[in-house]
Design a protein around this ligand. Structure first.
Ligand code: TYD
Ligand code: MG
Length: 451
């Protein structure tokens, strides 16, 4: 006879309590503790039926051999790069993002292009709905199986029969296991089903791609432990009205978290944007004041982006400073530098800053471009459209060098810019580039250069 127990779980951090409390003593959140019924029953989750159980013994690190084909390439270049070169065998990948951002589309597209047998388990859509979506996407995979099921025990039965190379779960919040009695989407179900899937992944060396919902704060719904349990946490972002989507790794046990994948949502699904600079710079016929192009880096990849500034006389007593995709504090600092070191009176002006394309940048190399866009808008003088920037601005108004300048210069050259402005402290031979490299050392030099 199953013994029923109830526990109290914090829906925010996953901490367990024997009784209800108004405030979680672990994460200090109010009203997050909910009673959940758990049933301890010997109905075990994933069991490997084959008898080839490995004996595990400690090994010297020098003796450990890595299997040759360690990663499964998905043929989705952006995803492969963010993962660090494909799906690692036995890894569990959690893909989070807002509703309607394209998580299911991305996974289905991967299912259609991956040259492996893949089982796509959906608890959200019917098989015919998925088929309708698949018809709009390109790619055919005869080894793509679609299953609509939410019970993990049943899913494992199908897995044993079909033996897929890759498993996709859409989404973890819809799954439930018979082992415990809580409703799908509750903390204990999410934790238990993820544990079962993780065990399955490790024992069979099958990569598992989990789709996860996010809560209103933007983090993945469920306890933080979920993010600790999996190997890779990917975040799919971008605003829904924009066509661009950005895939980043928040955690990656097998690669860098600095990499970034860019997609464009089209009526035929997600298109990989292999040259993001082209889409992030807006096409325009006339030179407009307040725009400057900067050479930044996202991960290992150089990226040309457009910084837009609008400086206008403040209508209300308190001037407004607002920035989209850029740190407002840093904007205020740069405004203070311009005021103090270059003599621009911006104290009574509203300053709005925007990074085009809806992306967020924290590379200091865009400082010079920000300063330039602000000055250009303030003076109502366009920045020459063949010019771009890559340097940091210091508190003394000095132009500071930035890392990997050569890559930035080459990207600017590739995109047809004629002049790039960098710091004179960047030790680099400027003669070898096909683009003119202008070196400056103070903000004043920039003013001379532009106006
Ligand atoms: P979806 O993958 O269902 O989002 P999620 O699983 O993250 O909730 O994506 C749904 C959105 O994508 C929907 O608003 C329509 C859009 N979309 C396209 O624009 N083109 C397409 O080919 C597809 C399949 C979806
Ligand atoms: Mg979905």
């Amino acid at each position: 006879m199953a013994k029923t127990t109830t526990i109290f779980l914090c829906q925010n951090c996953g901490a367990q309590f024997p009784k209800w409390l108004g405030k979680c003593t672990t994460c200090n959140e109010w009203n997050t503790i909910v009673e959940e019924v758990t049933q301890k029953e010997e109905k075990r989750e994933w069991k490997q039926t084959s008898s080839k159980k490995r004996k595990v013994v400690p090994l010297s690190i020098n003796e450990i051999t890595i299997q040759k084909e360690d990663r499964i390439v998905t043929n989705n270049n952006e995803l492969d790069r963010v993962l660090g070169g494909g799906l690692v065998r036995g890894s569990v990948i959690l893909l989070g993002g807002e509703p309607g951002i394209g998580k299911s589309t991305l996974c289905l597209q991967v299912a259609l292009t991956i040259p492996k047998k893949i089982l796509y388990v959906s608890g959200e859509e019917s098989q015919s709905q998925i088929k309708m979506r698949a018809d709009r996407l390109k790619g055919v995979n005869n080894n793509c199986l679609i299953l609509t099921e939410t019970n993990t025990q049943n899913i494992f039965k199908h897995i044993e029969k079909e033996q897929p190379d890759v498993l996709v779960i859409d989404s973890i919040q819809t799954l439930f296991t018979d082992v415990i009695d809580a409703s799908p989407g509750s903390i204990s179900q999410i934790r238990e089903t993820t544990a079962e899937l993780t065990k399955f992944a490790k024992e069979t060396a099958t990569p598992v791609l989990l789709i996860g919902h996010i809560n209103k704060e933007g983090s993945i719904a469920g306890p933080k432990i979920l993010e600790h349990m999996v190997d890779v946490v990917l975040q799919f972002e971008g605003d829904r009205n924009h066509t661009f989507r950005i895939l980043r790794a928040q955690k990656n046990r097998f690669g860098s978290t600095a990499e970034l994948g860019i997609y464009e949502m089209q009526h035929t699904g997600l298109r990989e944007v292999s040259n993001p600079s082209e889409v992030l710079i807006s096409d325009k016929d006339d030179d407009l004041s307040g725009n400057a192009i900067v050479a930044t880096l996202e991960g290992a990849r150089p990226l040309m982006i457009e910084v837009q500034a609008l400086v206008s006389t403040a209508v209300y007593g308190m001037p407004q400073r607002s920035a989209t995709g850029y740190n407002v504090k840093r904007l205020n600092m740069l405004l203070a530098v311009l005021e103090k070191r270059a003599g621009f009176r911006l104290g009574a002006k509203d300053v709005f800053l925007n990074i085009a394309g809806g992306i967020k940048v924290d590379d200091p190399a865009i400082d010079l471009g920000v300063v330039c866009a602000i000055l250009s808008s303030n003076e109502d003088e366009p920045v020459p459209s063949n010019m771009c920037f890559a340097a940091e601005v210091g508190l003394a108004g000095e132009i500071r060098p930035v890392s990997r300048i050569e890559q930035r210069i080459l990207e600017a050259e590739k995109l047809g810019f004629e002049v790039i402005v960098i710091s004179s402290y960047n030790k680099i031979d400027t003669g070898k580039f096909g683009i003119i490299v202008r070196k400056i050392s103070k903000v004043d030099d920039l003013v001379d250069l532009l106006f």
